[in-house]
Design a protein around this ligand. Structure first.
Ligand SMILES: NC(=O)c1ccc[n+]([C@@H]2O[C@H](COP(=O)([O-])OP(=O)(O)OC[C@H]3O[C@@H](n4cnc5c(N)ncnc54)[C@H](O)[C@@H]3O)[C@@H](O)[C@H]2O)c1
Length: 267
């Protein structure tokens, strides 16, 4: 899909990997609806990228009404700009590490487990679900992919933890593993509408989420990378997301972005 002149919805677009993707898509002529809980960061992204190319919607992806309002706002903005919806990138995510049984003999907290799933998994599927009727109603523009009748692309964000979750990552791995597992059936459901599905699975990337790690944990994770031996940069995630938008043959795939790393059991 040609990015220029299309509108993309990005949750978690006010920070880290989501923000870098918003910046990349705008750089290539796209329009971005930034959905995030963090109003200050959302306003900063709009002022950086321009109010003509971006619009911020404060949104909590665990609240279906909040998503509905943001999607409706995006649809109205699209009517104003005339730049049709092209895709949705649900990148909002959290991590709440906790072991199955701690040293005080307390098992994993069920509310904490459900909270991680509600943001990372339900928050992903609910946003995608609510964007789909609008993507399916899009008339493919007269650009390069016209002959394919491509209407849209869904780019989900999993993690290397979907495959090699570390200690303390049961809930995070459950949420990301589910996203990886949903990729193929979602692709099969949406192919008849000309909507593709690609999932990116990063390992360690610089962001607000990973800035909370201690130096020891970070160095240990970087040491597990093959090449390059460093955390990924948000722009490198954004490059992959852009390619996933542009390349019509990428569909039904879960793509690791990990510098060859396989996460060790413990650090
Ligand atoms: N950074 C990494 O190393 C890494 C690795 C693998 C996967 N990921 C995934 O990438 C995605 C982006 O993470 P990041 O590293 O950029 O983190 P980040 O903390 O920089 O950004 C996450 C954004 O999501 C928003 N958010 C959180 N909960 C929300 C909610 N309920 N509703 C709306 N917005 C909400 C936050 O306000 C924040 O702006 C996440 O899904 C994360 O799990 C990150």
């Amino acid at each position: 899909m040609k990015i220029e002149g299309r509108t993309f919805v990005i949750s978690g677009g006010a920070s880290g990997l989501g923000q870098a993707t918003a910046e990349e898509l705008v750089r290539f002529g796209g329009y971005v609806a930034v959905l995030d809980m963090n109003e200050d960061n959302g306003a900063a992204v709009v002022s950086k990228l321009g109010a003509d190319k971006t619009r911020f919607f404060q949104c909590n992806v665990t609240d279906t009404e909040s998503i509905a309002a943001a999607v409706q706002g995006t649809v109205e903005w699209v009517k104003e700009t005339g730049k049709p919806l092209g895709g949705v990138i649900p990148a909002a995510g959290i991590s709440l590490p906790s072991t199955m049984l701690d040293r005080h003999n307390t098992p994993l907290s069920l509310p904490d487990f459900n909270f991680v799933l509600s943001v990372n998994l339900t928050g992903t599927i609910d946003l995608v679900r609510q964007c789909l009727p609008h993507l399916a109603a899009t008339t493919p523009p007269s650009s390069g992919s016209l002959e394919d009748g491509e209407r849209g692309v869904v780019i989900m964000v999993a993690s290397a933890a979907a495959f090699e979750g570390q200690r303390g990552q049961v809930s995070y791995a459950a949420s990301k593993g589910a996203i990886a597992a949903m990729t193929l059936p979602m692709t099969r459901d949406l192919s008849r509408y000309g909507i593709r599905v690609v999932t990116l699975a990063p390992s360690l990337f610089d962001s607000a989420m990973t800035s909370l790690m201690s130096n020891k944990v970070r160095q240990s994770l970087e040491g597990a990378m093959e090449f390059p031996r460093r955390a990924g940069r948000p722009e490198e995630f954004a490059m992959a997301a852009r390619h996933a938008v542009e390349n019509v043959m990428l569909n039904g795939a879960v793509i690791r972005l990990d510098g060859g790393m396989r996460m060790p059991s413990k650090l």
